[in-house]
Design a protein around this ligand. Structure first.
Ligand SMILES: Cc1cc2nc3c(=O)[nH]c(=O)nc-3n(C[C@H](O)[C@H](O)[C@H](O)COP(=O)(O)OP(=O)(O)OC[C@H]3O[C@@H](n4cnc5c(N)ncnc54)[C@H](O)[C@@H]3O)c2cc1C
Length: 403
């Protein structure tokens, strides 16, 4: 059975790996001309995703490439000095297992684990998908596939071709996000430096093995901005306006961001689709259920989603009318919980009030200073398992082998 996956970042190669293990023939088409190696931004793998990475035999390689960020130095606007937050302890409140890694490092590891068994086509993109599986491409000749999966990110083309345009499928979480690749002029290695005020947060971080750094901005305007996706100058202007009156490190961060070639700007938006399949087509990862970039643990969700979709297809021997609904049922709870978590995190990370600002800085520092079990129970209302740790994907490899 032939499966086409659009997108070769995290969800795509993870799905390809497991589909190949279950006996499917897989092709991955990726719009970028080659595998991205510039780093991207830091992403998080929590317990259930790390368990899957371990089953793929990739845990050591992933751990070797962790960013090495150990603490966050948070400077509240107007305060006399920063508060230091232990990142390991903070993440320990979210999940019992956690690795932070640059997205492109993770993508490279996943790609190399599949490159010998899966056909990768770079520099191309799907242009149409017919009901019987005929697919046309921007560059290549038309081909027929039994199944097509969109793993092509928050602004997925496969989703647009199958479910229609984005408006109506998305919910803005009230903030905007920008990331730029800048020189590591502060020589940061194990510390992320953050300045936070009401309605805005600016930060800078690097990774042990990276020669440059990332500038990160989150801000909350009065209302939704109508800015053209392609108008980078307008986006940089909006960013300068939002942080114009912040002093300290931020003016230099803005200058470096202005000079940066690699610049990303988007709204913090979550997808609200109730289902992620139509006919032969399914969506996986950010393409189907991004709870919001940088606020919802979406990388772990993408890995678990890919593992689940492959597992259900393996169990149903490729019969999508059985596998897709089972995939949607199995993942629905995790997706809904991630959406709720992301909406809360967007409010916490970009505080609206002085009390929320205090909670983010001094409150978080105090919380991470208490013993880990107490911290967990304080953050999880009486010690219940958190968003990620409560997720228990089925043992698909064993189930599929038995089936
Ligand atoms: C600025 C930023 C900060 C983030 N911070 C965090 C974080 O701290 N923690 C965390 O867990 N997550 C974070 N995320 C989210 C994380 O990056 C995603 O959840 C994760 O990468 C999802 O993987 P994916 O494979 O579903 O999609 P993506 O990583 O978005 O990959 C989509 C792939 O599809 C390709 N593609 C796009 N269009 C087409 C097309 N038409 N045809 C073919 N290929 C196409 C793209 O080039 C890309 O390779 C952040 C995201 C952003 C943008």
């Amino acid at each position: 059975m032939n499966v086409l996956i659009s997108g070769a970042s995290i969800a795509g190669p993870t799905l390809a790996y497991w589909l190949h293990r279950y006996g499917f023939r897989v092709t991955v088409v990726e719009r970028a001309p080659a595998l991205r190696k510039a780093g991207g931004h830091a992403v998080d793998l929590f317990a259930p995703a790390l368990n899957i990475v371990e089953q793929m035999g990739l845990l050591e390689r992933v751990q070797e490439r962790h960013t090495g960020t150990e603490r966050i130095s948070v400077w509240r606007e107007g305060a006399r000095g920063p508060a230091t937050i232990d990142l390991g302890r903070l993440m320990g409140a979210i999940s019992r297992r956690h690795v932070e890694i640059m997205r492109d490092d993770l993508g490279e590891i996943l790609h190399s684990a599949t490159a010998d068994d899966v056909e990768y086509v770079f520099g191309d993109s799907v242009t149409s998908i017919s009901a019987d599986g005929e697919v046309t491409f921007e560059q290549g000749a038309p081909r027929r596939f039994d199944l097509v999966v969109g793993a092509d990110g928050l602004h997925s083309r496969v989703r647009r071709l199958t479910f229609g345009p984005e408006p109506g499928l998305t919910r803005w979480l009230g903030a905007y996000l920008a990331v730029a690749s800048i020189p590591n002029y502060r020589e940061l290695r194990d510390t992320m430096a953050v300045v936070v005020g009401i309605g805005r947060l600016a930060g800078m971080y690097s990774a042990r093995h990276m020669s440059d750094a990332r500038a990160l901005f989150l801000f909350r305007p009065d209302g939704e901005l109508h800015v053209d996706h392609h108008d980078v100058e307008a986006q940089r202007h909006l960013l300068r306006q939002a942080f114009a009156d912040v002093d300290g490190e931020v003016p230099r961060l803005l200058v470096e961001t202005d000079r940066a070639d690699a610049f990303y700007f988007d709204s913090v938006t979550q997808l609200c689709l109730d289902g992620w399949s139509r006919g032969r087509v399914a969506l996986v990862g950010d393409a189907g259920y991004c709870p919001g970039p940088a606020v919802g643990g979406s990388t772990s969700l993408a890995v678990v989603g890919a593992f689940t979709l492959a597992g259900e297809l393996g169990l149903a021997r490729g019969e999508h009318t059985a596998a897709y609904p089972a995939y949607e049922r199995a993942l629905g709870g995790y997706v809904r919980a991630s959406r709720a978590f992301a909406a809360k995190m967007a409010n916490r990370l970009v505080p609206r009030t002085r009390a929320q600002l205090w909670a983010l800085t001094a409150g978080t520092r105090l919380l991470t200073a208490v013993p880990a079990p107490l911290m967990r129970s304080l953050t999880r209302r009486g010690g219940r398992l958190g968003l990620h740790d409560s997720v228990r994907p089925k043992d698909y490899p064993a189930l599929v082998a038995r089936a």
